[in-house]
Design a protein around this ligand. Sequence first.
Ligand SMILES: Nc1ncnc2c1ncn2[C@@H]1O[C@H](COP(=O)(O)OP(=O)(O)O)[C@@H](O)[C@H]1O
Ligand SMILES: [Mg+2]
Length: 576
Amino acid sequence: MIAAAVAATAAEIAIPLLTKSVIDGAIAHHDRALLIPLGLAAIGLGAATAALNLVRRWVQGNAVANMEKTIRDDLYGHLQRLHASFHDDWQSGQLLSRATTDLSSIRRFAGFGIVFLLISVLTFVAVTGLLIRLNWWLGLITGCMFVPVLMFCTRFERRYKVLSRRVQDQEGDLATLIEEAATGVRVLKALGRGRESAAQHDAQAVEVCKTQVAKASLLGSFWSVLDLIPNAAIGLIVVLGAIAVTHHALTLGGLVAFITLALQLVWPIEALGYIIASGEEAATAAQRVLEIFDTEPEIKSGHTERALAKRGPGGWDLPPGRGVTGGSSPGGKQGRLWFDHVSFSYPKSHQPVLRDIDLQLEPGETVVLAGATGAGKTTLLQLVPRLADVTGGAILLDGTDIRDLPLPWLRAAVGCAFEEATLFSASVRENVLFGAPDASDDEIEAALTAAQARFAFRLPWGLDTRIGEQGMALSGGQRQRVALARAILARPAVLILDDPLSALDVHTEEKVTRALGTILAGTTALVVAHRPSTMALADRVALLDGGVIAATGDHRELLATQPGYAALMMMEEVSA
Ligand SMILES: Nc1ncnc2c1ncn2[C@@H]1O[C@H](COP(=O)(O)OP(=O)(O)O)[C@@H](O)[C@H]1O
Ligand SMILES: [Mg+2]
């Protein structure tokens, strides 16, 4: 690519030299025979320039598109590795604008800016050299016009950098507003907040617009000076060149060649404006993208060797996911989950949310976690698949600290379904298969049946109906049941269910709970639930109150002995 660019520039510069030969040789000596080969040579050089530029653009387009794809893949991969709480600190619009607009700025500069810069510098050096050879003092004067241009460029660059960072950040904020307006459109409409939200959007758009205008006017004045300097210099060259010709310091052909060559300097200098502007934008964009890359994942995978060595022979060879608990589980005793004096506080608050949680779940046992809103149930559950790490104590899975287990292994062993059922833009089948890509149709049917989600077969295209965003709209309860089927299908050793049945009516919830009891007989389950009917089906109930386990026991026992629990159940009865 660089060879093609250099060759094309050389061919272009050679053309004015041919002109000089035509004027000083063929025309001055009335040598018509010389005109034809010189003319053909000029055509040849023109064609070579075009062909070489074509090659350069082709190679460059390919390389740059691939570069952008690689960065994009790396960025996506990094976002997947980052801990879940990363998204508490980052607005989604800022992430979106970095993954789209910023990557495009980098591509634009890498695609054109870098090559323009190279060609401009080369052209400038070669042309100035030739000019000095044609006439040294006139050549030096021409070369000197670059000095004010350079000084001017550095001043411009400093100011442009600030503005381009501001625009990119403001565009990220705007993207966040638009994203929230799109996802929260129902709430906005229902609360009648359309006007306010439009005003908020407008205010942000005005900010972006102001910065854009400031940027454009800075760029405009910069460009006009870049236009002025070389053109003024050409005017000066014409005058000084004419004087040189009258003093026989330069031939007439030499003057024509000089002016044509000097004109070739105009374009690289003007291009400098574009290069600096797009270079600044790319640098800012790269900085913004690097801010994501520089964030280290807080949740690090454990060391396979250490964790698995502890197990000894006949221990865990495979994640205790599908196929292991389904039949020939080695030893058959997997899924003992122990919260060993666990405490947890969120990074930005000093008040611990969980304190000294000591809870053991035997393999295959179903424990229901009960507690008022804000008691810390969701927080406790998210510690098991390591969406966050404990800040004190440890969680042990079959005797091994989960922080010592390889993350993919742990996440295959622990299945989750949350109250907020997230479905992806794909068919029902694909959504359910997410947890177990190799499951058979019979297994899918069994999972859907257990989750009371057989309605999926009656959708317009059955299991191939697209759901999620831009798909068939499902009710909250339907979404929860599809998400539950997804968790069941993976046949994890430990199942974590955070109020996944909240949107179901009492009877459906009871049916699901019963079905779960049979299909997941060997699975250890920790379930957040509220309704007394569900509690009654659990092996054990743990009452979480103010971040501590206030009591454990069976439903009746707790009803009789724990006034707090009885009150909680009473409220549920009333609201049901
Ligand atoms: N991402 C978070 N950052 C800081 N505090 C949080 C976060 N999520 C929840 N909390 C706090 O932790 C406490 C327990 O919340 P949660 O576990 O969601 O309760 P529950 O599921 O029992 O209703 C609440 O006081 C809540 O304000
Ligand atoms: Mg919760």
